[in-house]
Design a protein around this ligand. Structure first.
Ligand code: SF4
Length: 399
């Protein structure tokens, strides 16, 4: 693992990262709310040119010299559809226009259905150091319920290809709480994932009832019409617990609400989001946060590829939103994100930094501790396992 470990969090979180979004996929999964586009032919050269042009546009409004880049994350979409020579071109340009810290973590998300040894070896040669695979499940009925195009054996072959290509840092994503899924199936998926020896595993509950979820997500529509029903909350909590137990027994420590890693193998890039780091974002639908001349700015790019391409090609920043974050917004985000970490958050330091009152929060903290939902450790507030089960509600109480 590169970078110094923060003794308070146990993480070597990146302080400045670059996120590059590749929005194209072979097909659209029915639960997907990401900025992703099913495309038979991917306009990848035009898209690469646009991302590199956006980099120049962003650098032109940067008020100072950008700090060294600790992590680069190429997410999607399905970035493993991006031809390796174009990924190499992207990484070379980032290295020449920004300064990369020694041991920079470079992650690329891979879909098992768009993965093979030759492709992975070429990504490795281009400078990718870590693969993150969207496996979701090995179980045929769960994969079918999620509308995934790959099957379990394909995922196993993709993992073997990653190893054969020289990747010693591989993450896999799984989903639980899927309609029709049982606790035993979740346990079987977790057992198989842990046995593979991946350095990092993520396990997310399927959520189709979030207010922020787009109207048109097909599974969310089916849920609203009563055509599918998700496992009840207690069952989902049991699934999450079984995942944690299986992973812990295999040496994969939970360090964040949904993320588990072998020692020193947590995601440096995602840790940046949980600890308030800065990130430059490039590509369709990408969201970035940087200290700019007018303050700490959060922007989101257009989610439509055509709109994004047209704007960039006309020499304009391709953003749909742009806001200067208030101290209160920054405080709330830092609390919600920090409480996702097992090591918790220094609530009182954040109150100080963002000029937020403490009196009511002291009472809330005492109540959370009394109810076994949180604990205070070396001045940090951290959720217990029971607290993690109600993370959103606890964060809301502290705001
Ligand atoms: S592969 Fe990922 S990004 Fe693409 S449609 Fe499926 S869930 Fe969405």
């Amino acid at each position: 693992m590169a970078g110094p470990v923060d003794p308070r969090t146990g993480l070597s979180a990146a302080r400045f990262g670059v996120y590059v979004h590749f929005p194209f996929c072979l097909s659209k999964c029915p639960y997907c709310d990401f900025a992703s586009i099913a495309a038979k032919t991917v306009p990848e050269v035009r898209y690469t040119d646009a991302v590199l042009r956006e980099l120049e546009l962003r650098l032109a409004v940067w008020p100072s010299v950008p700090p060294p880049v600790d992590s680069i994350f190429i997410g999607g979409g399905t970035p493993s559809l991006w031809s390796p020579p174009l990924v190499a071109r992207l990484l070379e340009r980032l290295a020449s226009r920004l300064s990369l810290a020694q041991g920079v973590e470079v992650t690329l998300e891979a879909n098992p259905g768009a993965a093979d040894l030759e492709r992975f070896a070429a990504y490795r040669a281009a400078g990718v150091t870590r693969l993150s695979m969207g496996v979701q499940s090995f179980t045929p009925s769960t994969l079918a319920a999620l509308g995934r195009a790959h099957d379990g054996p394909t995922a196993l072959r993709a993992f073997a290809a990653a190893r054969a290509a020289g990747f010693d840092n591989v993450s896999m994503d799984f989903i639980y709480g899927v309609h029709g899924q049982t606790v035993a199936q979740v346990e079987a998926d977790a057992t198989q994932a842990a046995a593979l020896g991946a350095e990092h595993l993520s396990a997310y509950a399927l959520t189709l009832d979030r207010e922020s979820l787009a109207e048109e997500v097909p599974l969310a529509r089916q849920l609203r019409r009563g055509e599918v029903s998700l496992p009840v909350d207690d069952e989902v909590v049991r699934m999450q617990r079984v995942v944690r137990e299986v992973y812990a027994a295999s040496g994969l420590e939970r360090y964040e609400v949904s993320n588990y890693a072998r020692p020193g193998r947590h995601s440096r890039h995602n840790s940046l989001y949980w600890t308030g780091g800065d990130y430059l974002a490039l590509g369709v639908g990408a969201t970035g946060t940087l200290p700019l001349a007018e303050g700490r700015v959060r922007w989101s790019n257009h989610r439509s590829a055509e709109q994004y391409l047209a704007q960039v090609e006309a020499g304009a920043l391709p953003q749909a939103t742009h806001e200067v974050l208030t101290p209160l917004e920054q405080f709330e985000e830092r609390v919600a994100m920090g409480l996702r970490l097992v090591s918790g958050v220094d609530l009182w330091a954040l109150c100080r930094d963002f000029a937020q009152p403490t009196a009511e929060r002291e009472k809330t903290v005492a109540m959370l501790v009394e109810h076994g939902l949180a604990r205070e450790l070396d001045g940090r507030l951290a959720l217990t396992e029971a607290g993690f089960d109600v993370h959103s509600a606890v964060s809301a109480r502290l705001m």
